[in-house]
Design a protein around this ligand. Structure first.
Ligand SMILES: Cc1cc2nc3c(=O)[nH]c(=O)nc-3n(C[C@H](O)[C@H](O)[C@H](O)COP(=O)(O)OP(=O)(O)OC[C@H]3O[C@@H](n4cnc5c(N)ncnc54)[C@H](O)[C@@H]3O)c2cc1C
Length: 445
């Protein structure tokens, strides 16, 4: 049973996304890794997490090198929906409170909010044009009975986190330009904004490079040997010896070369379609005129946003076959769902379709911390499909932990408990299929 099809790992080819078509150039000539080199800290993976870690380390004067198999941002970081938002877990808050305690749950919620602010701060501090949109995100009731849950959630957020959310009626949605035939109301939260994810990740790379990090795209780690207190990391071009390694490969984690991750993660596909720019009349005809980030209330949710410039981005989970052959069927089903939810846009061409991996963990929360007793191997991952902000925060956090062990105690326990293995890891693809069937059933009533 295959977790990831080799078709999904063509590191040399950029994904055919709207972001690749519209991003600002990286503007740096970065060499692939070559020869025999050494460094203090090696980072594996050139997405939000790895680059945030490299940036933090370089700014603190640490000799850091980063190996990325594709180009900078090749993985999920360059191809996501661009929702800088909270929600990097699948564990319900009630279970989180039972497992980690109220204080740790509040600390985790505050960390997620801080992570969203960090994205804005990074953009500001490093002069990155991230195409930032208005603040706030709305969950839309896909069935009328979800409105009661929204009212409960509103109370919970106020009482637990001191956060004010607004319950919106169907009429409110129409007034705010969030209308659709299957949206029965909404829950609007204040946190989150849209970004151009590839611009953001490229901007982080420029900042890390400027701070002194040595970044190596097209440098896939193919062998990892531990010799006493150091790590020998081999790519096609040479070998890097490092005292410490931070693995930031999330849904693309190569379990064969990073055995400490083996059986601990579950990559899951997320897919996106983007339309041509819609005219103001077309937007009015649908009743959707705002750039607010939106999801529906399904567990297997759809996420969508009007992009600056008038294109519409529509994404969804699901699909367990990452082969190229399976993509066409999934694209067709995404388009059919999109047309059902946004019927006025049936004639708007779909100009882009792409997929990528998010990363789930058995305990359904992110993990930031060490992977070995000696604390020479570190990782930050498992953002459960929400890593634009949390990847940035976790990359910075893991870098700080590597430099100072005391940092761990100051982070929310929700993200620092040891990463748990899946029971019978070989059956992970079946877990996903089973979960999708079960969630599909729950979403239908
Ligand atoms: C379609 C899609 C939509 C999404 N939408 C959103 C969204 O709107 N908002 C949100 O918050 N999150 C979203 N996510 C999730 C988010 O993109 C991720 O959580 C985040 O990008 C993770 O960042 P990362 O740096 O940890 O991992 P990644 O960006 O996935 O980077 C991992 C990198 O590791 C590299 N790598 C793998 N193996 C090796 C190796 N052997 N050697 C060297 N390098 C290697 C890969 O090439 C890859 O570039 C989405 C994800 C997808 C796929």
């Amino acid at each position: 049973m295959q977790l990831v099809h080799p078709d999904a790992l063509h590191f040399e080819t950029p994904v055919e996304s709207y972001w690749e078509a519209s991003a600002d150039p990286l503007g740096l000539e970065l060499p692939a890794f070559a020869g025999e080199q050494s460094c203090e800290v090696a980072v594996i993976g050139g997405g939000f997490t790895g680059l945030s870690a490299a940036l933090e380390l370089a700014e603190r004067g640490v000799d850091v090198r980063l190996l990325e198999a594709g180009h900078i941002g090749w993985g999920a970081s360059g191809r996501n929906g661009g929702f800088a938002c909270i929600g990097s877990h699948k564990l319900p808050y009630s279970s989180m409170i039972s497992r980690y305690g109220l204080e740790a749950t509040i600390a985790y919620y505050n960390a997620m909010k801080e992570s969203v602010a960090l994205v804005a701060d990074n953009a500001e501090r490093h002069g990155i044009d991230i195409w930032k949109t208005v603040s706030g995100e709305v969950t839309l009731a896909h069935l009328p009975n979800r409105m009661d849950e929204f009212r409960d959630d509103q109370r919970f957020y106020r009482d637990t986190f001191g956060e004010e959310n607004e319950v919106l009626s169907r009429g409110d949605l129409v007034e705010r330009g969030l209308a659709g035939p299957e949206f029965h109301g909404g829950l609007m939260g204040p946190v989150g904004f849209g970004v151009h994810p590839l611009n953001y990740v490229r901007g982080l790379a420029r900042a890390a490079h400027k701070a002194g990090a040595k970044l190596h795209p097209r440098s896939r780690l193919i062998r990892w040997e531990e010799t006493g207190s150091s790590h020998r990391l081999t790519t096609a071009g040479g070998t890097l010896t490092a005292k410490r390694v931070i693995v930031c490969t999330n849904g693309y984690t190569p379990e064969d070369v990073s055995p400490r991750h083996a059986g601990h993660l579950l990559p899951a596909l997320s897919s996106i379609i983007v339309t041509r720019p819609l005219t103001p009349d077309e937007l009015k005809a649908q009743g959707w005129t705002t750039e607010t980030l939106a999801y529906d209330s399904r567990i297997l949710l759809h996420y969508f946003r009007l992009l600056p410039g008038g294109r519409f981005l529509f994404g969804g989970r699901g699909g367990t076959d990452s082969s190229a052959a399976a993509a066409a069927d999934y694209k067709a089903s995404m388009i059919a769902t999109f047309h059902r939810l946004f019927p006025a846009w049936k004639t708007a061409e779909i100009t882009h379709f792409w997929r990528g991996f998010v990363c789930l963990a058995n305990d359904r929360v992110p993990y930031v911390g060490p992977l070995d007793e000696k604390k020479t191997v570190w990782t930050a991952l498992a953002y459960h499909g929400n890593g634009v902000a949390m990847g940035s925060w976790s990359g910075r956090a893991v870098a700080r932990m590597v430099l100072d062990e005391k940092v761990q105690a100051s982070l929310p326990a929700v993200v620092t408990r040891r990463l748990a293995q899946f029971p019978l890891p070989a059956f992970r693809p079946l877990y996903l299929k089973g979960a999708y069937l079960w969630y599909g059933l729950k979403d239908s009533r």
